[in-house]
Write a protein of this length. Structure first.
Length: 362
């Protein structure tokens, strides 16, 4: 945007030289990731799938808590309901698992309406506890759904997993078995979902709605005084996070092909770990969850064999980061260096124009 005045010209910018370079590097990285199945092992593809899905969950929780100020401890409800909606569509209606992922997102969006109706009557810590309680209620209700396995869970039918769309073409393209082709398809879907999530959140934060979101997070009363509908903004963010989380949950369990209430609605797997990723990476930044998920994957790879000690070490690391770097590792790094890969702050650039006065000879 450019603002002109007599003898002056100003422009509002968010992009920096660093962000431009990061964008070019990001495009190259995306191309490499899409081509990864051509040279990566099946184990690496599965690891990348895990990283991408956890990154997507972390970005949506960060949008909710870091930018919207809504600290939810019940996001596992949307992971679980999205996954169960996919299984129900496949088992009961015979739908292909890939389009059924969209139904998972819709189911989470529908659940978010009554979920938010009750949760938004609570504030602060009560909101966090309330979302956790509501998630447990949803888990108990789904555990009674015998058509999809009840409390013990169920698996996707073999006929459904063997005939997933595009797997035959992928198997022929890379000369792999059907099971490996399904992993590649799930990986590509996870990559697309992660790209759309990060790009969509970045676009949102740079829009007028993003300014309103930041205002509501920092001071709801002041935001209302300048015309921002705080309740509408909160609903928008809550429903968006639920939709994205439901899609991710459906995709995760399409790849797993096995589900149970305790796994799909796990507080540790889908909320506690996600919060850890955001907190150590940097809450309120797009870069933070990217850094956090890489650190989390590294810690999980190195420490998972130690059982309960693994969780204790994660807890100690999380506490240490919160004490020494309250804004997370990326937040502290950015504060010291000023580097932002996804800048959203608006800067006023420009100044008075220099007008050349003609000489007498001219």
């Amino acid at each position: 945007m450019t603002i002109s005045a007599p003898d002056t010209i100003y422009r509002v910018e968010t992009r920096t030289r660093t962000s431009t370079i990061a964008g070019l590097v990001g495009i190259v990285l995306i191309l490499v990731l899409f081509a990864a199945p051509a040279f990566a092992s099946r184990g690496l593809i599965q690891d990348l799938f895990f990283i991408l899905t956890m990154l997507t969950l972390a970005q949506f929780w960060n949008l909710l808590a870091g930018y919207g100020g809504l600290v939810s401890v019940g996001q596992q409800a949307f992971v679980g309901i999205g996954a169960y909606a996919l299984f129900a569509a496949v088992i009961l209606w015979g739908l292909d698992p890939v389009p059924a992922i969209l139904l998972g997102g819709v189911a989470a969006l529908v659940l978010a309406v009554p979920f938010g109706f009750f949760a938004f009557r609570l504030q602060g810590a009560y909101f966090a506890i309330g979302t956790w309680v509501l998630a447990e209620v949803v888990r108990l209700i789904v555990a009674q759904w015998r058509a999809v396995g009840g409390g013990t869970g169920t698996s996707l039918p073999r006929t459904a997993t063997e005939n997933i769309i595009f797997t035959d073409q992928i198997a022929a393209l890379f000369d792999v078995r059907a099971s490996a082709a399904r992993d590649i398809l799930a990986y590509w879907l996870a990559l697309v979902l992660a790209i759309l999530t990060i790009g969509g959140i970045y676009w949102l934060l740079r829009s007028k709605r993003g300014l309103g979101l930041a205002a509501v997070r920092d001071n709801p009363q002041a935001a209302r005084s300048v015309g921002v509908d705080a309740q509408r903004v909160k609903w928008f963010v809550f429903l968006t996070a639920a939709l994205g989380t439901g899609l991710t949950g459906a995709l995760i369990y399409m790849q797993k092909a096995r589900i149970s209430p305790d796994a799909a609605f796990s507080l540790n797997d889908w909320t506690a770990y996600v919060i850890f990723i955001v907190v150590i990476g940097g809450i309120g930044t797009i870069e933070g969850p990217i850094v956090g998920v890489l650190i989390f994957f590294l810690l999980q790879t190195l420490l998972a064999q130690y059982g309960a000690w693994y969780l204790m070490i994660l807890g100690l690391i999380g506490i240490g980061v919160m004490l020494l770097a309250p804004r997370g590792l990326w937040g502290s790094f950015s504060d010291r260096t000023g580097i932002q890969l996804f800048p959203i702050r608006r800067r006023l650039m420009g100044g008075p124009l220099t007008i050349k006065t003609p000489s007498r000879e001219e």
